[in-house]
Write a protein that binds this ligand. Structure first.
Ligand code: 2F8
Ligand code: CA
Length: 286
């Protein structure tokens, strides 16, 4: 019995010991579970590490690409600026092309204008030449219908007046139409006012037969004052414009102002005069 009791006690002690050991055993079991979980997690981490390792290569490549991109951004910016410059240059070139077109058109217009100018220059030169060759009136004479006239403000007898005209290479004026007659009146008035003046008409060859100083007959036009010519007192063979702008026969030896005419361009006479050549009649006292 004692032995059984001792064994029983020993068993109880073992049981107590077992009981005491079961707690750390449980803890150990939990630790073992934890370890297993940790091992699983570690394995997962290792796989992740492998993945990371595998990813590191393309990541490095990406980083290098990023660096490359960073390095490329500077020349890319420069390229962009170049592109802007190119666009601006393109605009400028377009404008220049338009200017060039305008210049071409202007050049064509300029050529046309130059040709026109040359033509005008030639025409002007030809006209100047013709003008130079055109007969003109000497100083003091005024042209009317192609004949030069001058009103003299000195008083002379009819023959002396005719001689004075001859010295200029002309004759006393011969107004064969109303327009010329009116022009003579205005020319004379501008010089001498309303005073009588000789012109180149007379009837010294034959009484009542009036002729011009170049020998031609009077013709159809006349501007006789009413009642004239009357050969007053039988002594009136030369014709003047009276103060009323009409014709009157008067004594040839009376002194009046006069008007001469000459053909333009004809050189002035140096010796004999047309009048003296044509008309040799004297201012005979009447
Ligand atoms: O009445 C007309 C008559 O008048 C003057 O004589 C008085 C004129 N004489 C002169 O002009 C010199 C005449 O010619 C004219 O007919
Ligand atoms: Ca008269």
């Amino acid at each position: 019995m004692r032995q059984l009791s001792t064994t029983l006690d020993a068993l109880k002690r073992d049981q107590d010991n077992m009981r005491q050991l079961s707690t750390p055993l449980d803890a150990l079991k939990r630790d073992q579970d934890d370890m297993r979980q940790l091992s699983t997690a570690l394995d997962a981490l290792k796989r992740d590490q492998d993945d990371v390792r595998q990813l590191s290569t393309p990541l490095d490549a990406l980083k290098r690409d990023q660096d490359d991109i960073r390095q490329l951004s500077t020349p890319l910016d420069a390229l962009k600026r170049d592109q802007d410059d190119m666009r601006q240059l393109s605009t400028t070139v377009d404008a220049l092309k338009r200017d060039q077109d305008d210049m071409r058109q202007l050049s064509t217009t300029d050529d046309t204008l130059k040709r026109d100018l040359d033509k005008e220059g030639s025409r002007t030169a030809a006209l100047e030449q013709r003008l130079h060759e055109m007969p003109s009136c000497p100083t003091g004479y005024t042209m009317f219908r192609g004949t030069c006239y001058k009103a003299f403000n000195t008083r002379k007898t009819f023959s002396d007046a005719a001689a004075a005209c001859g010295e200029d290479g002309g004759t006393l004026a011969m107004p064969r139409d109303a327009e010329t007659d009116t022009f003579l009146i205005s020319l004379h008035s501008a010089v001498s006012g309303k005073r009588p003046f000789w012109f180149g008409l007379h009837d010294q060859r034959e009484e009542g037969s009036f002729e011009w100083v170049d020998g031609s007959s009077l013709g159809t036009y006349n501007s006789w004052c009413p009642g004239e010519p009357n050969n007053n007192r039988g002594r009136e063979d030369c014709v003047l414009h009276n103060s009323e702008d009409e014709w009157n026969d008067a004594p040839c030896n009376r002194k009046y102002r006069f008007i001469c005419q000459i053909v333009p361009g004809r050189p002035l006479a140096t010796g004999g005069t047309l009048t003296t050549n044509v008309l040799r009649l004297s201012d005979h006292p009447q």
